[in-house]
Ligand binder design. Structure first.
Ligand SMILES: Nc1ncnc2c1ncn2[C@@H]1O[C@H](COP(=O)(O)OP(=O)(O)OP(=O)(O)O)[C@@H](O)[C@H]1O
Length: 287
């Protein structure tokens, strides 16, 4: 593993996000320990790492939900975030949820356009509690989209969805990314998801970016392509996953697991193709 890798990407004038030496401590050691990061406009980056390594802590800072020490983080004004749970206000119809807080003379028109883009026009007047899990996440995506963000943060947005809905949502996010070109930072536990969607995969460890791996694969991407397989091996290795043990335990490719993520076997924080890793496939922590 490349723990000695330098912190990620040299600064570029055009970065939409710049983080320098970010430290975050909750009283029990540094969760973020001098982390540095640059994201370029329109880039699609996946962020992986063991459970508890600080991915969501970083994301919360980039979402301006947690304050950062002065001078450590530069962010665009236009940012949006989608979480694992859709976080819709239950007493407001879908369209109102999408336009909530939007200052625009034609907020409703823009909200309807965003709902159309995610295929949810017919549910604009529905109450959030009547939506399916996938519909609710699409509404959350529309709420993010309507703000035309330069930075879109996705914190495991597909993790609670069944396998088929997850695939559809991944396709939708890729389509929206192509159409609107925000810089996307996707936190995921799923190595295949990272490689299907992102052009760059970051692995967090020890409170920093421990590996910064370009994903120069043509789209649409396929699991079986040699380049995909090679990058998958590299990422698993960076994450400390024993691929040989994994090969004996992973479900057959193409099978679907319709159970929600939280009912699958306990995982140490990494999955492949939507499947949680069996604990035995994970090497002893070396971070
Ligand atoms: N508000 C908080 N107060 C105290 N500790 C916190 C707080 N937020 C996060 N932590 C701790 O910081 C560490 C990193 O948490 P974080 O949620 O960022 O990890 P993660 O990589 O996103 O994990 P997972 O993949 O399991 O979601 C954990 O040990 C967590 O308990």
């Amino acid at each position: 593993m490349s723990h000695s890798l330098p912190q990620t990407a040299a600064p570029e004038a055009e970065s939409v996000v710049t983080v320098r030496g970010l430290v975050r401590n909750f009283g029990n050691g540094n969760v973020l320990d001098g982390l540095s990061l640059d994201l370029q406009p329109g880039s699609f980056t996946a962020l992986l790492g063991r459970s508890g390594c600080g991915k969501s802590t970083l994301l919360r800072t980039l979402a301006k939900l947690d304050a950062a020490p002065p001078g450590t983080v530069t962010l665009p004004d236009e940012g949006a975030v989608v979480f694992q749970e859709p976080r819709l206000v239950p007493w407001m119809p879908v369209l109102r949820n999408v336009t909530l807080g939007l200052r625009h003379p034609d907020a409703e028109g823009r909200g309807l356009a965003a709902l159309a883009e995610v295929g949810l026009s017919h549910r604009s007047r529905a109450w959030p509690l009547t939506l399916s899990g996938g519909e609710a996440q699409r509404a959350a995506l529309a709420r993010a989209l309507v703000r035309e963000p330069r930075l879109l943060l996705l914190d495991e947005p597909f993790a609670a969805l069944d396998a088929l809905t997850r695939l559809r949502m991944q396709g939708l996010v890729e389509t929206l990314w192509r159409a609107h070109a925000p810089a996307i930072l996707l936190v995921t536990h799923d190595v295949d998801e990272a490689l299907l969607l992102a052009d760059r995969a970051l692995v967090m460890a020890d409170g920093r970016i421990a590996a910064d791996i370009p994903v120069p694969l043509a789209r649409p991407r396929r699991h079986g392509d040699p380049g995909f397989i090679a990058l998958r091996s590299r990422l698993l290795s960076e994450l400390g996953i024993d691929e040989e043990r994994l090969a004996g335990q992973e479900p057959q490719r193409g099978a679907t697991d319709s159970r929600p993520a939280d009912s699958r076997p306990a995982a140490p924080g990494v999955a492949v193709g939507g499947y949680a890793m069996p604990a035995g496939a994970v090497a002893a922590p070396s971070h």
